[in-house]
Design a protein around this ligand. Structure first.
Ligand SMILES: Nc1nc2c(ncn2[C@@H]2O[C@H](COP(=O)(O)OP(=O)(O)OP(=O)(O)O)[C@@H](O)[C@H]2O)c(=O)[nH]1
Ligand SMILES: [Zn+2]
Length: 298
């Protein structure tokens, strides 16, 4: 190699931007995007995973190792087997809207999932332009409970392009995904966040068989240094296999009272001497959330 030849490393670390079949797109630590093959043993590698890649003598580079994950979001495939769809998520952006009206149980389930992932939460109430026409006092009260517990909440209107900047600011440097029930405006929000994102990836990922990005989770760099992992399949993921410990941990407002119940294995349902129920009775724990918690108990 002469001194003028730019140095191109033949192996290194990188992050998976997306995958299509046995191929993954890896962004190297140098910022280059490489098309890599992933052997069968890396079948479970997902968008967001950190990997080691190696340039091979012929053809493609290959993924040779997978680095530890902070977390992974899975959903069942057509056989009911859990499949990794995105890894290393810092922030779940949970979208609700005034129309369709929120299904609060679903919002609670997303929050439980976020706690299980050890991810932060940003609540986004979309369609602010419909608030006057559609908001009921009950819906306003339900929403206020989440803010009271301490979840950050933004009111935006994707249609009127209001509040999208605030979402970018709230994401900061974190890796985020957008989730929520059907029709609340997730695609509209993603579309507004993404034109400013790195569209280089979309071009490379275009395999000529149509944009695979419409089905696979794909990682996009946002202008503020944050990252958005997006795909329709990620946006409506659900919560499966809910056990009691996960459920209880998904209600952070219970935390100050845990350990004060008479029974150490209290489920905060009908047990006497339950400190959580007492707190809900006195209004220290939001009553609507507590009622829905009991509905989620197995
Ligand atoms: N009034 C109003 N309508 C909006 C707003 N944002 C999105 N919509 C409309 O709501 C409908 C659903 O928006 P989408 O972005 O497709 O919602 P989604 O959550 O991605 O829906 P699914 O793909 O079914 O999960 C569309 O008709 C949007 O134009 C908004 O801020 N105000
Ligand atoms: Zn209790």
């Amino acid at each position: 190699m002469t001194e003028n030849t730019p140095f191109t490393p033949s192996s290194g670390n990188g992050q998976v931007i997306t995958r299509f079949g046995a191929e993954v797109l890896v962004e190297t630590d140098q910022g280059e995007v490489l098309r890599c093959t992933a052997r069968r043993k890396f079948e479970h590698i997902a968008c967001g995973d950190h990997v080691v890649w190696e340039q091979q003598a012929q053809g493609n580079a290959a993924v040779t190792a997978m680095l530890p994950r902070k977390n992974v979001l899975e959903r069942p495939d057509f056989r009911g087997k859990p499949r990794a769809i995105a890894a290393n998520i810092d922030l779940l952006i949970v979208v609700t809207s005034w129309q369709p009206a929120p299904v609060w149980e679903m919002l609670d389930r997303y929050l439980i999932a976020a706690h299980r992932l050890a991810a932060d939460v940003l609540l986004v109430m979309n369609k602010a332009d419909r608030r006057d026409a559609c908001a009921t006092p009950e819906a306003e009260a339900c929403l206020a409970e989440y803010a009271h517990i301490g979840y950050p909440l933004l009111h935006i209107s994707a249609r009127q392009q209001q509040g999208v900047e605030a979402i970018l600011t709230a994401i900061g440097q974190r890796t985020a995904i957008v989730v929520g029930q059907s029709g609340v405006g997730k695609s509209s929000i993603a579309a507004q966040l993404l034109p400013q994102a790195d569209i280089r990836i979309g071009a490379i990922a275009d395999t000529g068989e149509g944009r695979h990005t419409t089905t696979s989770a794909t990682l996009y760099h946002l202008p503020n240094g944050g990252v958005l992992i997006d795909s329709p399949g990620v946006r409506d993921f659900g919560l499966t296999g809910l056990d009691f410990a996960t459920l209880e941990a998904g209600f952070p407002e219970f935390r100050p009272y845990l350990g004060e119940c008479r029974f150490h294995n209290c489920t905060h349902n009908h047990e006497p001497g339950c400190a959580v129920k007492a707190a809900a009775g006195s209004g220290d724990i939001p009553a609507r959330r507590f009622a829905r918690y009991r509905g989620l108990l197995p």
